[in-house]
Design a protein around this ligand. Structure first.
Ligand SMILES: *Cc1c(COP(=O)(O)O)cnc(C)c1O
Length: 407
């Protein structure tokens, strides 16, 4: 175990030159607010919305301040409020239950499969009495969307898709975000496009999108949007919808537009790295890869695997050894939330829920970022390190009984 990895797991690529130039143009004219335009000018935000609507095939698109804002805005636009039960994945990130709880609604967690997707049987069992499903395509793993939509349609559940990890992905040819009533995306630095912070909403539902637009803080300037519903739809909602400001600005949109144009190429690069890792880890004793169904066209920006039913001490020993060799891993089984990683039992604003299947999965779930600053050789080296360290710990009995210092 001599060779180590020296790359940074948190270093994304720079903003493309075209994005930097477009950003400088906005900075030089100073009209950063999306509704600050001169006659004849179309704001960068309005253009981004038009282009993202076309990219996803949606009728409408709204750009907002963050992915978390997008989730909350759509739920609010659907009329979700205090006391409403909203189903969501037990395995997801904090902005998802947070968006539900921020409305006074009650997150109801659904179990997790070994494919890291929502457990549709458990969903069906919990559907009665719920208003909506906030479906998180967590870490880019897409469940059987045909079956999920059939279950939700039968139960009268509105489906809002959290596509923070599935921008550019699809299920059986339909883009992620286009199965439910609305799709929400994040353009935060660690996602598929990087504007520091930012979010996008797509939908074909005119009234929902008119409400979302007013909510986002459009004042009475919604006529300047290009991917928005017609004016008469706004007439029906404009006096009834509060302003909860969360707009995107022209600087971020300027940075994002060239990245959107480049997204398919970037997605192919991510997937190439993912496949190198996957191939490097095939048939590693003690390590279970995550199955990817044929119907799923994924976009990897991270990599997960399971150490099924490993004792916590062994997982910790493995993580420590990988870290020594420069491979930074996240573990969803840790008792205390760290960094971006937290677990349903640390979201104590939601009622405590028993999720034994999810707990079993999370206890063995290891997660790794896969930035595009890595080369295929980097991915191969990381796979080799993981393989060696899994082997070293899996086969040893000593570390099973005594835990090294907590990470
Ligand atoms: C990043 C992320 C979001 C949105 O996060 P923001 O930081 O608010 O843009 C939502 N869901 C998941 C699963 C995420 O990882």
């Amino acid at each position: 175990m001599s060779d180590g990895f020296t790359g940074s797991f948190t270093q994304q690529e720079p903003i493309p030159e075209a994005g930097i130039e477009a950003a400088l143009k906005v900075l030089r004219h100073g009209r950063l607010h999306r509704y600050n335009t001169v006659p004849g000018e179309v704001a960068e935000v309005a253009l981004l919305e038009e282009e993202f609507a076309a990219f996803t095939g949606a009728n409408y698109c709204l750009a907002v301040a963050s992915g978390g804002y997008a989730l909350g805005c759509v739920l609010r636009a659907l009329g979700i409020g205090a006391g409403d039960r909203v189903l969501t994945n037990a395995f997801t990130l904090a902005p998802v239950p947070g968006a539900i709880a921020a409305l006074g609604a009650v997150p109801v967690f659904v179990e997790t499969t070994e494919a890291l997707t929502i457990d549709i049987d458990d969903l069906a069992a919990k559907a009665t009495g719920a208003k909506a499903l906030l479906l998180s395509h967590m870490r880019g793993h897409i469940c059987d969307m045909d079956r999920l939509m059939a279950v939700c349609d039968a139960a009268g559940l509105k489906v809002v898709e959290d596509c923070a990890h599935t921008m550019g992905a699809a299920w059986r040819g339909t883009p992620s975000g286009r199965h439910g009533i609305a799709g929400c995306y994040s353009t935060q630095t660690y996602k598929h496009m990087n504007s520091g912070e930012g979010g996008l909403i797509v939908s074909d539902d005119a009234e929902l999108m008119a409400r979302a637009t007013i909510l986002s803080g459009s004042y009475m300037l919604y006529g300047r949007h290009r991917a928005a519903p017609p004016a008469e739809v706004f007439e029906r909602v404009k006096y009834l919808t509060p302003n909860v400001s969360g707009r995107m600005d022209n600087l971020r949109a300027a940075i994002l537009r060239p990245q959107l144009a480049d997204l398919p190429r970037q997605c192919a690069r991510w997937n190439a790295l993912y496949r190198v890792l996957e191939e490097g880890l095939v048939a590693t004793p003690g390590l279970q890869l995550i199955a990817r169904p044929d119907e799923e066209a994924y976009v990897a920006s991270s990599f997960q695997f399971l150490l099924p039913d490993w004792p916590a001490g062994k997982v910790r020993a493995f993580l420590a050894r990988a870290a020594t060799r420069g491979v930074e891993l996240k573990w969803f089984g840790a008792d205390e939330p760290t960094g971006f990683t937290s677990r349903h039992d640390s979201w104590r604003y939601a009622p405590a829920q028993s999720l034994p299947r999810t707990d079993r999965i999370l206890a063995g779930l290891v997660d790794m970022r896969l930035p595009l600053t890595f080369s295929a050789d980097d991915a191969a080296l990381i796979a080799r390190i993981l393989r060696e360290e899994v082997a070293a710990v899996f086969q040893s009995d000593a570390e099973a009984t005594e835990s090294p210092a907590a990470d």
